[in-house]
Design a protein around this ligand. Structure first.
Ligand SMILES: *Cc1c(COP(=O)(O)O)cnc(C)c1O
Length: 471
């Protein structure tokens, strides 16, 4: 399929031959099974919030793909080469050169994870009263935009809000919505557009290269920057290769470089594409913005050559970049998500279509139509799946959407979903089978399920720590 440098050959035509994980297992971590009784008690103690469960009480952990990756022997070997100097660590320079090679931006500021980069870029570029358009919100990204005094405006295509639309690029920006906003508030009030790939909250849906190019043309006309949320850009690149005309023969590495080339900078959570457990960065082309960011990072994260990370963590990220673009890796990564999704589709469990890059999203609104959205159907469904099997998933609906800062009311998103997220290189297809069977079991008993009421609500990013009780 590919060699170590990520030079690709065309994918084989679909055949009846199976694919398998492109790695073998060198070290194992035992999983613990629990009784239904134990899980009932655990979820009650956790306030029916899967974020508040102890991982010890979880069997298959599909809460998130963030920082839950299995590193390779090559990355672990790199961990031993950590240069833990306070300043000028050699691992930083290696990370910087790999970022330039694989993403193509000029300057790098490491941060402890993605939100560290979001904080810095939001504080530098956003002034109170500004508007920041984006292809759907992401929880931490919007939080930092709002804290800097900005207002997020959703400019994703309508299809993204429709779980049944089979549009191949549901992450696309609606250019009309974007231009309408520019005309309404004026380009001076738009410091940048935030473009994500793939779009997490839409169900891991990709943006097309054609759309990214068009966004660049439009923003160039008005002198507006594009800040790329590149957290899952490699997974997006794979979808472009599989679905977009003209990209079949290009390597994942080439497609990634091209995507980034239409943008002015990126925030990155290394805990996703980069196959590590912690880390992130801000990358930027503009020297002045870089100088400011480098200045700010010492206040909030650490010196500009470590940004809150150990040298060994930067080494693991740099090596992760080399592995993430390998064709057989990315094919199996997304192939595993598709495998789980296809099972549920075959059993007619309502899921977001097409299946996304990092997770299968269950359509809780459709599964539990008798539970109104202010009784948290997705939160309920996630709790029930845990009780059934010990599989941990998470809510992506009204709880995640939070309250409107102006009106104080719940924001009611069209999508009320449970995210079944697959960590990279951690579980096998047999774990996917067990998961699918548990989802089916709960789906079949759906009419008996009752909603929840929120009994504790944190002020910020409430989904992480909110507590619920049975109605
Ligand atoms: C995870 C994620 C972030 C935030 O990154 P952290 O490392 O969790 O701070 C931002 N954007 C997207 C799309 C993400 O998936």
């Amino acid at each position: 399929m590919s060699n170590q440098k990520g030079v690709s050959m065309p994918y084989p035509k679909p055949t009846r031959r199976s694919w398998a994980e492109p790695f073998k297992i060198k070290m194992v971590e035992p999983l613990k099974t629990t009784t239904r009784e134990h899980r009932l008690k655990a979820i009650e103690e956790a306030g029916y919030n899967t974020f508040l469960l102890r991982s010890e009480d979880v069997y298959i952990d599909l809460l998130t793909d963030s920082g839950t990756n299995a590193m390779s022997d090559y990355q672990w070997a790199g961990m031993m080469l950590g240069d833990e100097a306070y300043a000028g660590s050699k691992n930083f320079y290696y990370l910087e050169s790999n970022m330039q090679k694989y993403y193509g931006y000029n300057y790098l500021v490491p941060t402890h994870q993605g939100r560290g980069a979001e904080h810095i870029i939001s504080q530098i570029l956003i002034k109170p009263g500004d508007f920041i358009p984006g292809n759907m919100y992401f929880t931490t990204t919007r939080e930092h935009q709002e804290r800097a005094g900005g207002t997020f405006v959703d400019v994703i295509i309508d299809e993204a809000h429709d779980p049944d639309s089979t549009h191949l690029f549901k992450g696309d920006v609606d250019l009309q919505k974007l231009e309408d906003l520019i005309k309404k508030v004026g380009e001076k009030k738009i410091p940048y557009i935030s473009v994500a790939a793939t779009v997490n909250m839409a169900g891991g849906q990709p943006i097309s290269m054609k759309n990214m190019r068009a966004v660049r043309e439009l923003t160039n006309k008005y002198g507006i920057r594009i800040i790329f949320d590149a957290t899952r850009a490699v997974e997006n690149a794979y979808f472009i290769k599989m679905r977009e005309k003209g990209y079949e023969g290009k390597s994942i590495a080439e497609i990634l470089r091209e995507l980034c080339s239409y943008t002015d900078g990126a925030t990155m959570s290394g805990k996703k594409d980069l196959l590590v457990n912690i880390g992130g960065f801000l990358a930027i082309n503009d020297k002045d913005v870089f100088d400011e960011a480098r200045n700010m990072v010492v206040v909030y994260e650490g010196l500009h050559t470590y940004g809150g990370l150990a040298g060994r963590d930067m080494e693991a990220m740099a090596r992760g970049m080399e592995e993430m673009v390998q064709e057989d890796y990315i094919r199996s990564r997304i192939g595993q998500v598709e495998y789980l999704g296809q099972k549920l589709l075959d059993w007619e469990v309502p899921v977001v279509k097409p299946i996304g890059g990092h997770a299968v999203f269950l359509n809780a609104k459709k599964i539990l139509p008798h539970i109104p959205q202010d009784q948290f159907p997705a939160q309920t469904l996630a709790a029930e799946i845990y009780v059934d099997s010990g599989v941990r998933t998470m809510e992506r609906g009204v709880v995640s959407a939070g309250r409107d800062p102006k009106t104080g009311q719940h924001r009611y998103p069209k999508l009320e979903l449970v995210r079944v997220t697959i960590p990279r290189r951690v579980y096998t297809q047999a774990h996917m089978d067990v998961t699918a069977e548990s989802v089916l079991e709960v789906y079949e008993s759906r009419e008996k399920l009752k909603g929840l009421e929120m009994v504790y609500e944190p002020k910020h990013l409430r989904f992480f720590q909110a507590r619920f009780a049975k109605m």
